[in-house]
Ligand binder design. Structure first.
Ligand code: SAH
Ligand code: SF4
Length: 352
């Protein structure tokens, strides 16, 4: 049997695991502190941890982290990492600086099964789910890389699950990883610093009461079923009516809102009737819209609208009392922008 990964445990999970293996429960907090607070991966050097615990970790647990196998730096400071797993599968993880934040855009799967027609990852199909330790591992590997290569004090402050994959399709592993990110004795990210983006998997949205209370972003992209089905085949299984029934049940704390991502595509979903549909669908107090101008990639069949059109769409929503922002494209020059996440083969062609 495979050894359990050191990075696959929530704090309470590690406590139980230690107890089951005849080790003291309190050692789990010590380990969490060394790994996720001190960022010290030299297990032998952990001064307050007993020899017995260290020996168990070194002999019985898998302590390997995913590896940064390629890195690219954009002119705007965005860094894209290709992170390699044990079986040589790779995913992309992007670190995006903005004001006082450094946000990590994490992948949750290798490829994606949802198959949205505008998304490059969607064309790959699903290769496999990432394990919890591979989701946590992206964060740890990038933190370690930044500390070693950029600045010892580098710190990732926010997480968005907007890389490859549909996070709710990999519910349990993404949940465990999120609990690790939020654990106060470790990384300690607050719930407002984490955003999970979903294409609208209704059964899993209905289970969000059981998920840590992070920000939720719904990839809406259309306000009429015909248009949405053309963009997102998942709309055939869960149409807008079912999606919004599920969204209404998401436990929202006071003053929290759902974000709706809306990729604006030229002459496709940027018409007056699309706006009218959005205004009908969205609850003004509990919604905000994030417009993402379509990122074109080689051979993509859609086009980005003009800046005037984007501004018109945004201002029209604002005028109706719906909070709306336009996402600025980051990391364009290294193909790190949303939907430009490339398969390894493409990458080798493009960047060799
Ligand atoms: N699978 C999840 C999360 C990953 S995708 C989801 O779909 O929500 C993260 C965001 O990038 C989604 O809103 C997705 O629709 C968007 N995206 C994908 N391809 C894009 C493209 N070509 N241009 C702009 N945004 C894109
Ligand atoms: Fe998957 Fe999201 Fe891409 Fe759709 S947009 S194919 S759900 S990664």
């Amino acid at each position: 049997m495979d050894k359990p990964s050191l990075y696959s445990f929530t704090l309470s999970g590690l406590q139980s695991y230690f107890v089951e293996n005849g080790l003291p429960k309190f050692a789990a907090s010590q380990v969490y502190n060394w790994l996720y607070h001190n960022w010290n991966f030299d297990i032998e050097s952990w001064s307050n941890v007993s020899k017995k615990v260290k020996a168990h970790i070194l002999e019985e647990m898998d302590t390997e982290l995913p590896k940064v196998v390629w890195h690219g730096l954009s002119k705007d400071g965005t860094r894209k990492f290709l992170v390699g797993m044990k079986d040589a599968q790779t995913v992309e993880t992007v670190a995006i600086p903005a004001q006082s934040r450094l946000t990590l855009c994490l992948s949750s799967q290798v490829g994606c099964a949802i198959g949205c027609t505008f998304c490059h990852t969607g064309t790959m199909g699903l290769k496999r789910h990432l394990k919890a330790e591979e989701v946590v591992g992206q964060f740890v590997a990038v933190t370690k890389w930044l500390k070693e290569n950029v600045d010892e004090d580098s710190r990732l402050t926010n997480i968005v699950y907007m890389g490859q994959g549909e996070p709710l399709h990999n519910y349990e592993n993404v949940k465990t990883a999120t609990q690790v990110f939020m654990e106060e004795k470790g990384i300690g990210l607050g719930q407002r610093r984490i955003t999970l983006s979903t294409s609208g998997l209704v059964p899993q949205i209905e289970k969000l009461w059981d998920f840590p209370p992070v920000n939720i972003a719904i990839s809406l992209h259309a306000s009429h079923d015909e248009i949405r089905t053309e963009l997102m085949p998942i709309n055939k299984a869960f149409d807008l009516t079912r999606l919004f029934e599920a969204i209404k049940k998401i436990p929202l704390k006071a003053n929290r809102r759902i974000t709706y991502e809306y990729i604006l595509i030229d002459e496709f979903n940027d018409r007056q009737e699309d706006l009218d549909g959005l205004i009908d669908l969205l609850d003004k107090r509990e919604s905000k819209v994030n417009i993402i101008p379509f990122n074109e990639y080689p051979d993509s069949k859609f086009k980005r609208p003009s800046n005037n059109k984007i501004r018109w769409f945004m201002e029209s929503l604002n005028r109706e009392g719906i909070t709306c922002t336009v996402r600025t494209t980051k990391g364009d020059d290294i193909l790190a922008a949303c939907g430009q996440l490339k398969s390894m083969e493409d990458k080798l062609n493009l960047w060799s």
